[in-house]
Design a protein around this ligand. Structure first.
Ligand SMILES: *Cc1c(COP(=O)(O)O)cnc(C)c1O
Length: 397
């Protein structure tokens, strides 16, 4: 039935799914192959991205921060200015337009902090589709505001109590639900993870970030950046920010993982640094595991980076030496969250603050005529209460 295993990035990726899902996943791959080359589909998607989500996002020169750090010139790609407040909407609009073309009337999604769930519920309202979101019980308690947001948008939210009641359990529940009802339902996976075609398809939908950023930096400065820096959870905003620079060999690609309380503790989520090869959630990739090869609990102050795996293309980019991955701790991310707020007047997502923290380290090592582009994956309103708590401030949230 299959030729060469599809959706491979070197040794990683592939399709490791139950037989009950194989037919549907292959239908999806075929539909995606067709529509990605269909000019009408692409035109419709571009209109949605521009008119509904607010693209293209700005590339902003951070003058004060560049001067303060005294090295490279720093530019921010402002995905935080998108509708619903993050890059997630780029992928959701693409997948849901595709789902409509496939005749689906219902979507399901997993969510951790709730950003992907909110984006999916938003586009379901826009397109008049039924929407159910799977979210760990622990996360529904932590992120009550986003749960209510999804309900306002007309979605049904399922609180998942199995396992640790967090993101990986929500993914398991959504996969099970999909396997039991594929006829009218598409599963909108929120990052570059899962079985083929998801890692490729999500990357393509997010690559609008680097397509715009590459043109914008050339127009603004006439040259390419020395480095692109982005935070990495499952890896979608990072691969989107990297993709159109991969062939520019002099541009360093740097992914920032959540090192939580430190990579030498068991409270961290730095998969590239501390994970091992494994098969989980439909893909061969790298995962944080215990001694028996079970997926280990992970931790980060940012719910969006709190995932025990990473997209397979990132593992390939790391193994071939094309991209670098660094750990950033909670402490460093919180400092950066406050720094960019005071220095540039931008309250960014705590996920994005992991990238900002590394820019603070990197910029002084580079020359003044070099450029860093840092992807601001989302805005930080959702994180203000948690940052206050981290600082021991009670704001009655
Ligand atoms: C979900 C999320 C992330 C992490 O997901 P990736 O797939 O790694 O991009 C990062 N930043 C924000 C703002 C998010 O909402």
């Amino acid at each position: 039935m299959q030729k060469i295993k599809p959706g491979r990035f070197g040794n990683f990726g592939g399709q490791y799914i139950p037989e009950t899902l194989m037919t549907e996943v292959n239908r999806l791959a075929a539909a995606y192959d067709h529509y990605k080359n269909d000019p009408d589909f692409q035109a419709e998607l571009t209109t949605l991205l521009n008119d509904y989500a607010g693209r293209p996002s700005r590339l902003y020169y951070a003058k004060r921060m560049s001067e303060d750090l005294g090295g490279a010139q720093i530019y921010f790609k402002r995905e935080d200015l998108n509708h619903t407040g993050s890059h997630k909407i780029n992928n959701v609009l693409g997948q849901m337009l595709l789902a409509q073309k496939m005749g689906k009337t219902r979507v399901i999604a997993e969510t951790g902090a709730g950003q992907h769930g909110v984006a999916t519920a938003t586009v379901a309202a826009l397109m008049g589709m039924e929407c159910e979101v799977f979210m760990g019980k622990v996360d529904t308690d932590r992120q009550a505001l986003n749960v209510y947001r999804m309900k306002l948008l007309g979605a049904k939210v399922h609180a998942i109590t199995t396992g640790t009641g967090t993101l990986k359990d929500a993914v398991n529940a959504a996969m099970q639900e999909w396997a039991s009802r594929v006829d009218d339902t598409h599963y909108v996976i929120g990052s570059t993870m899962g079985p083929h075609p998801f890692p490729t398809m999500v990357r393509d939908f997010q690559s609008v970030i680097s397509r715009e950023a590459r043109a914008q930096i050339l127009e603004a400065t006439g040259k390419l950046p020395a480095a692109i820096v982005a935070c990495v959870g499952g890896g979608s905003n990072a691969i989107g920010a990297f993709y159109n620079f991969i062939n520019d060999k002099d541009v360093r690609l740097i992914g920032c993982e959540a090192a939580g309380k430190g990579v030498n503790t068991d409270q961290q989520a730095a998969t590239m640094e501390t994970g091992r090869t494994g098969i989980f959630h439909g893909m061969k990739s790298r995962f944080i595991q215990d001694g028996d090869g079970q997926i280990a609990p992970v931790y980060s102050i940012s719910a969006g980076l709190d995932y025990p795996g990473i997209g397979p293309e990132h593992v390939h980019l790391a193994e071939t030496g094309r991209a670098e991955y660094v750990g950033v701790t909670d402490d460093e991310a919180v400092d950066a969250f406050e720094y960019i707020a005071k220095e540039e007047g931008i309250i960014c997502a705590v996920e994005s603050a992991h990238a900002v923290a590394y820019v603070q380290k990197l910029a002084p090592q580079l020359a003044k005529d070099q450029i860093i582009i840092c992807n601001l994956s989302g805005r930080g309103d959702k994180d203000v209460a948690a940052i206050a708590r981290y600082r021991g401030v009670d704001i009655h949230d």
